[in-house]
Design a protein around this ligand. Structure first.
Ligand SMILES: *Cc1c(COP(=O)(O)O)cnc(C)c1O
Length: 432
């Protein structure tokens, strides 16, 4: 676990990238600005590890931000992709694999009878909202502060704290009209939720939530909060849309909705579903899903939707996810979380480690962390310093306080031990 000898090649690639890619990257969080350094360019991945352009090796806890639940280049996933590619990469006509994948999803999610695939989670949530608006004849959508549902205009809205506020665009270029129909409520605040539903309920098409929010760091729902979402949706006639792009197929066979015994009207899926290739979906009962064209008149389409390579990768990935796999992923996550708490304590550091199977966040603050405001009050400089030290010890963490770690099934006991040694050293080295 030697520190990087050099990042000269990554630095040179970054300099070139800055000339032709905005900010040098194709998705902002890769830039590592939040931890005060330049990005590392990845050359290849093997199981739990990645190797950068300078030949440095890291234990990877980003794992493509969630899709790689079996780690990098799992032989069965690679074989499935290769076999599919040899038969042709895309047809613009249906293939058997799409039916098999939809059947596999429906078998895992009791709330799902039918599936419509897209190429990204963003498209899936945009399309789920369109369907919810069409099905209810209403326009407003309630989302939670700090929740991410892709870069859909209407959902790129933040809010002040306190009671529900009308959405204000969080990015230039998002028209005020696009977020005017968005109502934002702090996560885990039953009173604010009730107040917002009381005010907007008769115009509310959907309540959309990540059941285990993981885009403000992992912030678990408090006891009864998910049940309250279901209750408030029912009381107002809104649909409940659970965004399980991260949690689906990861925290349990049937996602967070299975663990928490909550039945949504629609589910948004992605990440693990595509096994590392671009695939996502929205899914639900036949009566809703058959409103989508061509069964119904809610239009939505995609040139590469249900792409044969992505479907093959997704099917191979899901077929490897049996009960034993979920037990192992849970044991790995629990061991990591416990070891991270111990490492911090040994260095006299105050952190709050939040974990569910397959996901964890180390917040640099006291617990509990209940909502976005709590997460945002973490010591981000301390987090950044710790992340830079982890990289120097050969561990590649998600480079933001507001992201989850994604351990995979390739992260075995030895990898966990090496991670915890590195983390303990990083806690010590960066202690104030
Ligand atoms: C990643 C993510 C999305 C967006 O998916 P993309 O494929 O990146 O468009 C939506 N919702 C959640 C919860 C996510 O984590």
């Amino acid at each position: 676990m030697s520190p990087p000898l050099t990042d000269a090649r990554s630095a040179a690639l970054y300099a070139e990238a800055l000339k032709v890619l905005p900010g040098g990257v194709n998705s902002p969080v890769r830039a590592m600005r939040a931890i005060g350094r330049d990005p590392l360019f990845v050359e290849r991945g093997e199981g739990a590890e990645i190797v950068d352009a300078d030949g440095n090796r890291y234990i990877d806890y980003v794992c493509s931000w969630g899709p790689l639940i079996h780690g990098h280049a799992h032989p069965e996933v690679v074989a499935a992709i290769s076999a599919a590619a040899a038969r042709g990469t895309s047809f613009g006509a249906p293939t058997a694999g799409e039916v098999e994948l939809a059947e596999e999803v429906a078998a895992r999610f009791p709330s799902v009878e039918m599936v419509r695939m897209t190429s990204s989670g963003t498209e899936a949530s945009m399309s789920a909202l369109r369907l919810a608006r069409a099905a209810t004849g209403r326009e407003k959508v309630l989302k939670f502060a700090g929740a991410y549902h892709g870069h859909v205009d209407g959902l790129l809205a933040e809010a002040g704290s306190g009671l529900a506020t009308q959405g204000i665009p969080a990015s230039p270029g998002v028209p005020a009209a696009a977020t005017a129909a968005t109502v934002i409520v702090p996560w885990n605040d039953p009173q604010a939720l009730r107040a917002a539903v009381a005010e907007h309920g008769d115009r509310l098409a959907a309540i959309v939530a990540e059941p285990y929010p993981a885009n403000m760091g992992v912030v678990l729902p408090r006891e009864g909060f998910l049940a309250l979402l279901r209750e408030q949706a029912d009381a107002s006639g809104a649909l409940l849309i659970l965004d399980e792009v991260i949690s689906g197929f990861r925290v349990a066979r049937g996602g967070a909705q299975a663990r928490e015994q909550i039945r949504p009207d629609l589910t948004i899926m992605g990440k693990v579903l595509g096994g590392g290739l671009p695939a996502a979906a929205y899914a639900g009962p036949r009566a809703l899903m058959e409103q989508i064209a061509p069964a119904g008149d809610v239009y939505q389409a995609g040139t590469l939707s249900g792409n044969p390579l992505a479907v093959a990768a997704g099917l191979a990935t899901l077929r490897l996810l049996d009960g034993d796999a979920y037990d192992r992923l849970e044991a790995t996550t629990t061991a990591l979380a416990a070891g991270l708490r111990d490492g911090a304590a040994a260095a006299g550091r105050t952190v709050e480690v939040v974990d569910v199977p397959g996901l964890l966040t180390v917040f640099f603050r006291e617990g509990p962390v209940r909502d976005y405001a709590d997460a945002a009050a973490s010591d981000r400089d301390a987090h950044a310093a710790w992340c830079r030290a982890l990289l120097a010890h050969g561990v590649y963490p998600p480079p933001s306080q507001f992201e989850a770690w994604f351990p995979s099934l390739a992260h075995d006991d030895a990898v966990v031990r090496r991670t915890l040694d590195a983390a303990a050293a990083a806690f010590q080295e960066t202690a104030p």
